[in-house]
Design a protein around this ligand. Structure first.
Ligand code: HEC
Length: 167
């Protein structure tokens, strides 16, 4: 049986094969240990470096996707432009009580005769009298029609509305 391996030969080859396998395994394990050591060392170094920079965020991601800044809308003071104030609405809320019917000597809105002379004083005077109050011959115009919560611009818008209705 020259062509087939003898048992002895087989055992010999198998033993060599086994030994080689063990050596290879040991080699790989050793490599692994060395590598692991290196990696551990690298992580340690990195941490130390981070600590040295004073950064406390050691868990910060290496990269960050920038999806644009979402800035919270800055708190802006509510500015009501004079143009956006509804003079008619202010008038209805604060001025109509006296000026619609002409109560207590108030010039009635729409009464052109009653308003002609007042309008002739100029808008600034009307504004001043409406905002600051006004004691005239006919009666007392309370400051802002008695509604102190109104802004000057709101009162002006109401005056504009009244004047527009009365000329
Ligand atoms: C409590 C009643 C009353 C209310 C409310 C009132 N007014 Fe008058 N207003 C008067 C009287 C009275 C006069 C007339 C005073 C005078 O000429 O003797 C007057 C006069 C005016 C005049 C004319 C001023 C001038 O120079 O001739 C304007 C403008 C005016 N009011 C605007 C307003 C506006 C705007 C409001 C609402 C924000 C308002 N009033 C609310 C009573 C009122």
């Amino acid at each position: 049986m020259a062509s087939s391996m003898s048992d002895q030969q087989f055992i010999k080859s198998f033993t060599i094969f086994l030994i080689l396998g063990v050596i290879l395994t040991l080699f790989l394990i050793a490599m692994g240990i060395v590598n692991a050591g290196t990696i551990t060392q690298r992580v340690q170094d990195e941490r130390n470096a981070l600590a040295a920079t004073g950064s406390t965020n050691t868990l910060a991601p290496v990269g960050q996707m920038n999806v644009g800044t979402v800035s919270a809308p800055a708190a802006q003071p509510v500015q009501v432009a004079a143009a956006s104030i509804d003079g008619a609405q202010v008038y209805q809320g604060a001025c109509m009580a006296c000026h619609a019917a002409g109560i207590a000597g108030a010039p009635r809105t729409g009464d052109k005769a009653a308003w002609a002379e007042r309008i002739a004083q100029g808008a600034d005077t009307l504004y001043t009298h409406a905002i600051g109050g006004f004691q005239g011959k006919a009666g007392v115009m309370p400051a802002k029609g008695g509604n102190a919560a109104l802004s000057d611009d709101e009162v002006k818008a109401a005056v504009d509305h009244m004047v527009a209705q009365s000329q």
